[in-house]
Write a new protein. Sequence first.
Length: 386
Amino acid sequence: MKGTFPVNKFRELQTPFYYYDTKVLRDTLACVNRESAKYANYSVHYAMKANANPKVLSIIRESGLGADCVSGGEVRAAIKAGFPASKVVFAGVGKSDWEINLGLDYDIFCFNVESIPELEVINELAAAKGKVANVAFRINPNVGAHTHANITTGLAENKFGISMQDMDRVIDVALEMKNVKFIGLHFHIGSQILDMTDFVALCNRVNELQDKLEARRIQIEHINVGGGLGIDYDHPNRQSVPDFQKYFHVYATHLKLRSYQTLHFELGRAIVGQCGSLISKVLYVKQGANKQFAILDAGMTDLIRPALYQAYHKIENITSEEPVQAYDVVGPICESSDVFGKAIDLNKVRRGDLIALRSAGAYGEIMASGYNCRELPKGYTSDELI
Ligand code: LLP
């Protein structure tokens, strides 16, 4: 089954561009809110890195979620979009001084800290402003995730977080400092995770660490388990809203949250992934030696995931119902890796046809680049194209 698109409106626009179906986005947000509200003290932040298109952000902000940022630019974009600073968390292994200062100036809710040197800088910069910064420690839980190697983050070999052995020492250091307040622990094991047992493994690890803290009579109010819930790239229509019920239920069942604690989530892909498509025009159909190529005006500069992670995005010819043929679907960039899919069945393709690359709402537009001096793709919402 193909998606439904306002094809006539698309014909008036310069391709390639991102198209965001706001009904899918709003349905997804409603589901996140409904399912997380079933549990006391669950707080969901949107991971801005997945998509920071202002129109998308404004719909997400309206839904009441907080924001998870990984750069000063994202903190700014979150505040500009109207997310309250009291719901902004700021992570990242390498925060520059100006980025920390920005977070301090806005009085963001919490810095997720990944090393002692970073903690020292936050303490120093907060002291200079006469402030006390809330900090959570990002612990590397050494929990694997069944996903692409480039997007697992919670293994001991990854650069992220503080090792479990160092947790006690880091907490001791923080407790001695005057301008940071240690309020919680933060984790994130990876992205595009569909096997719930990975999250169960994280819960078990958090339980162990919580027991260790309790043995030391240290109470923390916040546990942040990051994001990572995957989406169904094979069937964007059949499952346009991810199974948040199952996801939150895993944490409710396996994580021993104390009554005074809040559990935070940082979901990116699961919130915006399915609402977005990259819309592109066919420039040429070229007959190769033993295959035919559909050459699009969108390339890896517009959507880098296939080239970078060998990621699959469903491809549809949205302007043809003619019988299906197989095509290698490629972009115009001067790189052999500029391929969206090989031997893809598409309704017969002709020059000028419109092609949708589905499930591209997360890590699509935001990862676009200007390589080959190309213009960045624009983003339109369905609300604008009525
Ligand atoms: N929290 C932290 C600390 C993260 O590092 C990430 C993603 C998230 C939350 C949100 O994860 P999500 O819910 O979206 O899985 N560019 C890659 C994905 C990189 C994810 C990086 N961190 C891709 O296109 O697949």
